[in-house]
Write a protein that binds this ligand. Structure first.
Ligand code: ZN
Length: 314
């Protein structure tokens, strides 16, 4: 009997759709017996993905192969979650995040513990109900909104807002779906995220202004600025008129036009105003630093008051 030196075209095609990965069951079904399989593994036609996984790859396994391997191990229905799901859906995810274990959501009665880079998590919610795939060559993922909420549970407020803004900016998060998901589950940053979404949807930054008013200005007993004042350069968010200091709050996920910002700042500078600019991550992440900087500029420009430590920096 002549040894098989090639995989049947049907298996090649199947592997191409599955990131190069095939299961033993799929090989069996196309007549690749254990003996042929072993021979093909010895000669490098098939490559083991992970010793005990029983999965084989028709090419050198890469990240996509490992993602598919997890999905094939879990069986149907299952779906990727976490950073890997966002990556598959086109978000810009740092390589260090992709080196973390691969999260695969399975039905609540399943219990899977194969060795390897996968973490199988049982879904007691509805993640698998609205799972999604870009096309048949991509593994199933839970929705971006659910992936984001799962990830951000482990993030501090500043990192959580930063990630939300990034994903909102490039269209990775749908504001209405995120808001809806937040009403269905508890989340440590729920209130904050709803404010970020509200700002994003309205295209204004009233929510960021509220955070600034509360956590920066009032909490540190700074002078009270006027809101939305028309100056030579256009409307300014917060203006300390007596001291000619402007605070611009950039609540938008879309980076606003920096040249336009510079033109405004220059026009206001000619009128004697100094401008400080802050975004969500500054105001939420370090309101005390923002307060210190604003206070320092105000005092340099004649404010006789002194900032008081808030409950965070006291
Ligand atoms: Zn403080």
């Amino acid at each position: 009997m002549q040894a098989r030196r090639q995989l049947p075209p049907a298996i090649e095609a199947l592997a191409r759709r599955q990131g190069g990965v095939v299961t033993v069951g799929q090989l069996d079904a196309s007549g690749i017996t254990r003996r042929i399989r072993d021979r093909m593994t010895n000669s490098g036609i098939l490559i083991r993905i992970h010793d005990q996984s029983g999965l084989l790859c028709t090419r050198a396994p890469d990240l996509k192969s490992r993602l598919w391997a997890g999905i094939l191990l879990a069986g149907d229905p299952s779906a990727l979650g976490g950073w890997h799901a966002l990556h598959v859906m086109g978000a810009d995810v740092r390589p260090s995040r992709l080196a973390e274990p691969i999260q695969i959501w399975v039905e609540p009665h399943r219990s899977l513990r194969p060795k390897g880079p996968w973490r199988f998590r049982r879904d007691f919610g509805d993640r698998l109900t609205d799972r999604f795939r870009l096309d048949s060559k991509n593994p199933w993922t839970i929705s971006n909104e659910r992936s984001f909420l799962d990830i951000s549970l482990g993030l501090e407020a500043q990192a959580c807002v930063g990630l939300a803004l990034d994903l909102l900016r490039d269209g990775g998060l749908r504001p209405a779906f995120l808001a809806a998901a937040l009403t269905r589950q508890s989340h440590r940053h729920r209130r904050l995220l709803l404010d970020v979404i509200a700002d994003h949807e309205q295209g204004i930054h009233s929510m960021l202004e509220q955070h600034y008013a509360r956590d920066v200005e009032a909490a540190h007993k700074l002078a009270t600025g006027s809101r939305q004042v028309q100056l030579r350069g256009g409307f300014a968010d917060v203006v300390y008129t007596a001291h000619r200091v402007i605070v611009e709050l950039d609540g938008r996920a879309f980076h606003r036009d920096r040249f336009r910002d510079a033109r405004r700042d220059n026009a206001n500078a000619l009128a004697g105003y100094e401008t400080l600019r802050y975004g969500w991550t500054d105001v939420v992440g370090d309101p005390c630093l923002v307060a210190e900087q604003v206070a320092r500029r105000l005092r340099a420009r004649g404010w006789k008051g002194r900032p008081t430590p808030c409950h965070r920096c006291a």
